[in-house]
Design a protein around this ligand. Sequence first.
Ligand SMILES: [Zn+2]
Length: 483
Amino acid sequence: MSDEKLTPRNVDFSEWYNTLVLKAELADYAPVRGCMVVRPYGWALWENIQQALDRRFKETGHVNAAFPLLIPMSFLEKEKAHVEGFSPELAVVTIGGGEKLEEPLVVRPTSETVIGHMYAKWIKSYRDLPVLINQWGNVVRWELRTKLFLRTLEFYWQEGHTAHASEQEAREETLRMLDVYADFAINEGAVPVVKGVKSESEKFAGAVQSLSIEAMMGDTRALQSGTSHFLGQNFAKAFEIQYLDQNNTLQHCWTTSWGLSTRFIGAIIMTHGDDQGLILPPRLAPIQIVLVPIYKNDAERNAVMPVVERIKSELSAFRVKVDDRSEVTPGFKFNDWEMRGVPLRIEIGPKDVEKGSVALARRDKPGRDPLTGASGKSFVPQTGLAAAVADLLADIQKSLLARATAFREGHIFDPKDYAELTEVVKNGWAYSYWCEFAECEAKVKEDTKATTRCMPIDQEESKGKCIVCGKDAKRKVYFARAY
Ligand SMILES: [Zn+2]
């Protein structure tokens, strides 16, 4: 912790992000290049993300299990596209217990192969289907360019793996989990997302179709924030995941996989944060309310602290922290908790004790707006405080989503031609017709560094001309620079 100011976002967004992650004590650099240590405040945020997702997984019929970290190398080679996609990023174990291993083991980059192997063993009949399993864990991908939370060698996530009797069921599952992710992102993270289909070149290695949720960060770059893959029968055929149907005929299963990772913490930071630091959505914030007692001497302290303790117990339905540090000033505490993004601050001083009131300051609005005089600060009676606080937190959650949505809508453009597209993607997303040929996608990437993000699934098929080549196109895609 230090008094050092953050680099303003509009001066250097990347520097702002890197410094903030460290300063807010969310994560730190590990001794191995590209690895991260998630610190308790960051992990508490991840635990809240886990709970919000896990509840949704269980409501949709899924159960949790755990599969091993080490996978035989030969497993990855069974699915051609899968091994081609992942081999540059693999960490391989060749020595175990001092002996050279007969077969190298891969540290899982994802678990389709080992889970497929087990499903082949477990699934016999149509009565065993569907299998709906999720695992919470970590994976390793040997990334060259890394950034805390967004891209690290090892990261934490959940991966769902399901097996079904029919193509339709598996496709429905892929969409259902995309909806679960979108619902989570919007209603828990206050992060607006678009749901869509990835292009062939951007899809998961081994998938028939990949779907994603994409969010716009505060610098207008896109962040793929969760993915759901329809794997067809690719893995079922590679691993012989088969079942006997009602007519006693052997059939291959249809499988899906879907994942959301600690990357989402990056999405929260970059969607909501400002020059003062983090702004955490109340539903996920590790600390929702910080109570700051204000006093100048022992007599005042003796008057204030019992009220602080009483209020803390009255707010037991919320995640509350009392900052009773005596070595720092209230002003220092205000800045510190603002930097850490705590949604609501309650100040209690001797005058508040006399009046039976408290001062509330919301993190998402400035203390005093010099132009309008409007204030994020309000004074409310101690009586009925829990209800007032619940309303305020709900309002902050809603305001964050509204603000992020307005920002995104203000930075999505409909360029009239290719020249305009190359301009708008410098500070926003282009939403344009695309012929769905890889050449056009590659040209945009080459000229602007923008990639296709996704083709929204809720768009009506229509007639247009590809923004790049002018040929017929029937769907629009988002082009954007992405993390
Ligand atoms: Zn084209």
